[in-house]
Design a protein around this ligand. Structure first.
Ligand code: NAD
Length: 313
């Protein structure tokens, strides 16, 4: 496949936090006919996507191979994984899904020569690292999830240099998004806190208030992923995972920002201006306005319900 050749894309773990947003971007970029989504779960949240779906447990190599062959796939975004918090509860499951799944995609990539994206994570760094991690900082992960990601990076380097597999990776920081709830990672609090604020619910953060972690907005992570997959292979010096910096804040700083916004919007002036009318109609024009309304409604496309998604007081 050339750098801009016709892409036939498969996404594993497509129903998760990243997958659902990546699917959207891939469909826009390559068209729905060139994208196949897969996951071990039923596609109950896939309704709005005009995309092919194949149920796939990435541990099942035959099933995986069949999907690659029947869809003529030349690019795989391998997102299926068990994340950190869930992994700590079941380390064996985390190892099996993360490593067997990766081994399957690497072996199939060796055979069918497709390009692979396999994300790594900031979890590859351990407590020895200090406040700032560089690309070449030592990898001493302290969770089983981090162990699978560090081992995965080494596997990527090995399969690339010894078997010519075109695999690429990024060390994603905690990703902040709103469409799909995160799937059991250490940085999930930075997403859950917004959902609780919007629902006016109490939220107890599971990290200390001075916990500082690298984060990134989902749209930026998707853009970085697509750019990495478009890069000419010879320009890449790292195959396991490039550091991907964006922003860093403590849990307390995040809380303070949300609270400041909430306090501002709770002001009676703000609330009143929001619910006051935009315009008033001359009583003599009432008939004209109603006709215009009916006319507009007749021509309006049927759309999904508008989901506000912000605090309205
Ligand atoms: P997620 O938990 O939201 O989604 C993972 C998906 O994989 C789920 O839909 C799940 O059903 C599926 N899955 C689990 N086991 C499977 C199996 N055996 N076969 C097929 N599918 C299976 O995770 P995510 O946040 O979308 O993460 C995707 C990738 O990005 C993972 O490799 C993760 O380690 C990495 N990552 C994510 C973040 C983040 O902040 N979200 C940060 C760093 C790295």
């Amino acid at each position: 496949m050339g750098e801009s050749g016709n892409r036939r894309v498969l996404v594993t773990g497509a129903l998760g936090q990243i997958g659902m947003e990546l699917l959207d971007a891939l469909i826009k970029k390559y068209g729905p006919d060139n994208v196949t989504a897969s996951d071990i779960r039923e596609p109950s949240n896939l309704g709005e996507f005009p995309v092919r779906f194949s149920k796939l447990d990435v541990q099942n190599r035959e099933q995986f191979e069949e999907i690659i062959r029947s869809n003529n796939i030349n690019e795989v975004y391998h997102l299926a994984a068990i994340l950190s918090a869930t992994g700590e509860k079941n380390p064996e499951l985390c190892w099996r899904i993360n490593m067997d799944g990766l081994m399957n995609v690497l072996e199939l990539g060796r055979r069918y020569r497709f390009r692979i994206f396999a994300p790594s994570s900031i979890a590859v760094f351990g407590p020895d690292i200090g406040p700032v991690a560089s690309q070449d900082s030592p990898l001493n992960p302290s969770t089983i999830y981090g162990v699978t990601k560090a081992a995965g990076e080494m596997m990527a380097e090995y399969y690339h240099s010894n078997h010519g597999v075109d695999i690429r990776g990024l060390r994603y920081p905690g990703l902040i998004s709103w469409k799909v709830m995160p799937g059991g990672g250490t940085t999930d609090y930075a997403v859950e806190i917004f959902h609780s604020a919007i629902a006016s619910k109490k939220y107890s953060c599971f990290v200390r208030e001075d916990t500082k972690l690298p984060m990134m907005y989902m749209d930026d992570a998707i853009e970085a992923t697509l750019q990495l997959m478009d890069a000419p292979s010879e320009n890449l010096s790292v195959r396991g995972g490039y550091n991907l910096p964006s922003l860093t804040f403590t849990a307390k700083e995040l809380y303070d920002k949300i609270k400041a916004r909430y306090d501002k919007q709770i002001s009676p002036y703000y609330a009143a201006s929001r619910i006051w009318t935009d315009a008033i109609i001359n009583p003599l024009d009432t008939r004209t306005w109603i006709s215009m309304g009916i006319e507009a409604a007749n021509h309006a496309p049927i759309e999904k319900p508008f989901n506000l998604g912000v605090i309205q007081v």
